[in-house]
Design a protein around this ligand. Structure first.
Ligand code: FE2
Ligand code: FE2
Length: 186
């Protein structure tokens, strides 16, 4: 299991890697997603999910733009064992479901697909394509699915060069407010 200091170190070591096929680094993408959530008055858990939603890319490095080589790094699942025990399901479930949220949005909103970046369109095919109508109909019933859809929409906007955000320390502070250890000692 990671702790917040480990997460800070991961961003320090690997956060300067380019976000596959996008004009931002991994750290910039994480900060922009969390910042957009914060600007929409999301709570600590959802802001933290936004910050950490792509942590799996940092933990499971596949080199430059793996989608071009037909690789899906399953990053939405990869980070979960490292975060379980540290953060509650309110953080973990939107991370787990953020790729399926894209598949849901593609199934239910034709304009959403049209606006996706090229890399997101390429990874969609590797991730199973849009959800089938029956899967889409039940998607929002799952715990965390509505937050995953919100996360996903900020995620898609968080690929902007020269977009200023608060620093990582600010969002780690918000993450510290939803640690499971707080609940245990409360
Ligand atoms: Fe992602
Ligand atoms: Fe992302």
């Amino acid at each position: 299991m990671l702790d917040l200091a480990d997460i800070e170190l991961l961003f320090a070591r690997h956060g300067s890697a380019q976000y596959s096929g996008e004009p931002v680094t991994q750290l910039e993408h994480a900060l922009q997603t969390a910042h957009l959530a914060e600007q929409s008055a999301a709570d600590d858990a959802l802001v933290t999910a936004c910050l950490l939603h792509d942590l799996g890319h940092l933990l499971n490095e596949q080199g430059d733009t793996p989608t071009l080589r037909g690789i899906d790094d399953t990053h939405q699942y990869f980070a979960l064992p490292f975060l379980r025990g540290l953060l509650p399901d309110a953080v973990l479930m939107p991370i787990k479901l953020h790729v399926d949220a894209k598949r849901y949005l593609c199934a239910t909103n034709a304009r959403y697909y049209a606006r996706l970046s090229e890399d997101s369109k390429r990874s969609l095919a590797l991730q199973g394509g849009p959800l089938e109508a029956e899967q889409a109909a039940g998607f929002l019933e799952q715990p965390g699915a509505r937050d995953a859809v919100l996360l996903r929409q900020w995620d898609d906007l968080a690929k902007q060069p020269h977009f200023s955000t608060p620093p990582l320390a600010h969002f780690l502070q918000r993450a510290s407010r939803c640690l499971l250890t707080n609940a245990a000692t409360a």
